[in-house]
Ligand binder design. Structure first.
Ligand code: ATP
Length: 330
C-alpha cells in the first residue's frame, strides 16, 4: 500500500507538484498520465525517496519515506525515466552489483537472478555488455533491476518509452504478469497503454489531479462515448446527412470525413436515446435509396477526453462534457 498526503514540490518560485494526495492498494496498476511537465517524474522521484518533497508525506507499506527511508526503499522497485544503466557492465554483473548494494545475500541474489532473468527473458544477453544491447533489452535490464529484490511497490517512469510496438507489447505483458499482490504506478504518454495495462488512471496537469478513475470511466467522459459512427457511399452522403438531421433522436452531427469511397458521420444522440438512434438509423437506411456501409457505437476517444480533462483543471472544478451542436469545430 502507498499513501501520498499533500505532496508538494517547489523549485524556487515554481511549483511542480501541488498538494497531491492519493492511495494505491496491492493489485492496482495506476497509470499516471499528463502533459509534458505535469509533474509525473517529480512525483515518482518523491515517492521513491530520490527527491525530498517541499511539503507532504509518502508512506510506503507503513514506512515514511523521509523518516524511515531504508525500510521504505527496501519495499520499492524503481525504474527511472530512461532507465540509466552502467554501459560497461553486463546484465549479470549489474544484477549482482545492485543486489549487493541492496544488502541481499549472495544466495538470495542467485535465487532472484534466476527468477528475474526468466521473467524478463534476459537469458540470451546475460553476459553481453549493456551498451551493446538494443533499447528493448536495456529496458528489460532496468526492469530486472527494479524487481530484483521482489518489491511490493513498483514505480515505473515511462517503462515503454522509445520501444517498438512488439517490445511495448512485451513490457506491458510483463507488467500485467507482475501486478498480482503488488502496487504498480507507471507513467506514460500513451493513452492506449493505460487501457492495456492499468486498473486505474490518474491524470495530472500543472502538478494537480484532474481525473482519477478507471480507464473505462476515463473513456466514458469523452463526448464521443455513445455516439454513433455511420458510413455511407460518398455519392449518397448529402441525402444521408439530410435524413440523419431530420431524426428526433439526433442531437447533432459531428465530424464528417471522407475515407476513399465512403463518407463517415458521427451522430450524437439526444440524451438517453442512443438505442432509439440506432433503431432510427437502421430503419431509415432500409427505407432510403442509399445503404449503410457500416454502423458502430463509439466507446469514447481517449485523446479527446485527455485534452478536455487537462484543459479543465483540477478535479472537482470540471463540468460534464457535452456534445457539440452541428457545425461546431472539434
Ligand atoms: N530540478 C529541477 N529544477 C527546476 N525545475 C524542475 C526540476 N525538475 C523538474 N522541474 C520542472 O518541474 C516540472 C515538472 O517536471 P516533471 O519532469 O516532473 O514533468 P513530467 O510530467 O514528468 O514531464 P514529461 O512527461 O515531459 O516527462 C517541469 O516544468 C520541469 O521543468
Amino acid at each position: 500500500m502507498i499513501e501520498i498526503r499533500n505532496l508538494t514540490k517547489r523549485f524556487g518560485a515554481f511549483t511542480a507538484v501541488k498538494n497531491l494526495s492519493f492511495q494505491a492498494a496491492p493489485g492496482e496498476v495506476l497509470g499516471f498520465l499528463g502533459p509534458n511537465g505535469a509533474g509525473k517524474s517529480t512525483t515518482m522521484k518523491m515517492v521513491t525517496g530520490f527527491l525530498p518533497p517541499t511539503e507532504g508525506t509518502v508512506i510506503v507499506c507503513g514506512h515514511d519515506v523521509l523518516e524511515d527511508p531504508r525500510a521504505a526503499k527496501a519495499r520499492i522497485g524503481y525504474l527511472p525515466e530512461g532507465a540509466p544503466l552502467y554501459p560497461d557492465m553486463t546484465p549479470r554483473s549489474m544484477m549482482k552489483f545492485v543486489g549487493a548494494a541492496r544488502g541481499m545475500s549472495s544466495g538470495r541474489i542467485k535465487e532472484r537472478m534466476e527468477v528475474v532473468t526468466r521473467l524478463v527473458d534476459l537469458h540470451k544477453v546475460l553476459d553481453q555488455r549493456i551498451e551493446t544491447l538494443s533499447k528493448g533489452f536495456k529496458r528489460r535490464v532496468g526492469l530486472a533491476l527494479a524487481i530484483l529484490h521482489d518489491p511490493d511497490v513498483l514505480i515505473l517512469d515511462e517503462p515503454t518509452d522509445g520501444l517498438d510496438p512488439n517490445q511495448k507489447h512485451e513490457v506491458r505483458q510483463l507488467i500485467r504478469s507482475m501486478a498480482k499482490g503488488k502496487v504498480i504506478v507507471l507513467s506514460t504518454h500513451i493513452l492506449e497503454e493505460v487501457e492495456a495495462v492499468c486498473t486505474r488512471a490518474m491524470i495530472v496537469a500543472a502538478g494537480q489531479v484532474c481525473f482519477d478513475g478507471t480507464p473505462a470511466e476515463l473513456r466514458g467522459r469523452s463526448r464521443y462515448a455513445g455516439a454513433i459512427e455511420v458510413a455511407v457511399t460518398t455519392a449518397d452522403a448529402e441525402g444521408a446527412r439530410a435524413a440523419f438531421e431530420a431524426l428526433a433522436s439526433v442531437h447533432s452531427i459531428g465530424d464528417q470525413a471522407i475515407y476513399g469511397e465512403e463518407t463517415r458521420f458521427v451522430l450524437f444522440p439526444v440524451n438517453g436515446s442512443r438505442n432509439s438512434l440506432l433503431d432510427d438509423v437502421q430503419r431509415i437506411s432500409t427505407e432510403a435509396s442509399w445503404r449503410l456501409a457500416s454502423l458502430s457505437v463509439d466507446r469514447g476517444r481517449m485523446d479527446d477526453v485527455f485534452r478536455t480533462v487537462t484543459s479543465e483543471g483540477p478535479q472537482g472544478s470540471n463540468s460534464a462534457v457535452q456534445p457539440m451542436k452541428s457545425g461546431e469545430v472539434a
